[in-house]
Design a protein around this ligand. Structure first.
Ligand code: F6P
Length: 289
């Protein structure tokens, strides 16, 4: 029986576990032998590959992160390590791969295909929502909801002290998380790498809010702008607000996947298995709003 191996790579994202479960279940339904690879591309090189039992996937749908664990592999750039990975697959008769991750992971498996002709299907998974060709990547909805919970909590304390808060979100060079959560939390300021801004015009717009009794200012800033500390000082000095900075960090990557991430994980994964089963090789699953 032909084997298909499922793996996660790069930064973890909520929704990976539901997608792993759906891929394993669907592969089995279509008569394939499903395997899982632990520790991403590093694990592929080291042969950390196991048959996917029902027990493995039975309790994973509500868990955050990836139970297969992940890695950002430098060794996979080296042909000799890729060959080692190929030997591990050949031993087990695995001739198809599903990878969840970002552009770097897809490129790595494209190189692998060029070397050894093992076809793959890619599932976009990153909280940054920055993969070309798809409007949605796994993990985004869960991260947005985690961020919104944090902003709502910060707003409680900000209002209690008539303070300004600068909240830095992740997203690497992409402002999607910051922009969407700023909208959903009715933030007063949002700064993202993609859009130029002018602090003086922001100041003019906010003056009535600053002077209002019991008000607070919420600024959401994408990490890619690198201005969180500067903005905190500026709000203190120019706007005269007692200002604090909250860097949300990796808390944004955790948490139980939301219904949307469970559904999208299931949809991406079943399509990925079907693509490989139909002989559509090296396709990245995409979603359009
Ligand atoms: O790509 C996902 C992401 O969480 C980015 O938003 C962030 O810049 C980066 O990964 C953090 O990487 P690491 O987990 O290696 O610190």
């Amino acid at each position: 029986m032909s084997g298909i191996a499922i793996m996660t790579s790069g930064g973890d994202a909520a929704g990976m576990n539901p997608a792993i479960k759906a891929a394993v279940d669907h592969a089995r339904q279509l008569g394939m032998n499903p395997y899982v690879v632990y520790d991403g591309l590093e694990g592929l090189i080291d042969g950390k590959i196991k048959e996917a039992t029902r027990e493995l996937t039975s309790d994973m749908i509500y868990r955050g992160g990836t139970l297969l664990r992940s890695s950002r592999s430098k060794r996979f750039f080296d042909y000799e390590f890729r060959r080692q990975a190929y030997e591990h697959l050949k031993e087990r008769n695995i001739d198809k791969l599903i990878i969840m991750g970002g552009d770097g992971s897809f490129r790595a498996l494209n190189d692998f295909f060029n070397d050894f002709e093992v076809p793959f299907a890619g599932i976009p998974a990153t909280i940054d929502n920055d993969i070309a060709g798809t409007d949605y990547c796994l993990g985004v909805d869960t991260a947005q909801n985690v961020i919104l919970d944090c902003i709502d909590s910060v707003r409680d304390t900000a209002r209690s002290h008539h303070r300004a808060f600068v909240i830095e979100t992740m997203g690497r060079d992409c402002g999607y998380l910051a922009m969407t959560t700023a909208l959903c939390s009715a933030a007063d300021i949002c700064i993202v790498p993609e859009i130029p801004y002018d602090l003086e015009s922001i100041y003019k717009r906010l003056q009535p809010v600053i002077n209002e009794e019991g008000s607070c200012i919420i600024a959401v800033v994408a990490e890619g702008t690198r201005v969180a500390q500067y903005l905190t000082r500026w709000l203190t000095e120019r706007a005269g607000m007692d200002t604090r900075l909250t860097v949300l960090g990796h808390v944004q990557r955790g948490g139980s996947p939301t219904a949307r991430d469970r559904l999208m994980g299931t949809r991406f994964a079943t399509r990925a298995v079907e693509a490989l089963n139909n002989g559509d090789i090296n396709q990245i699953m995409v979603y359009h709003d």
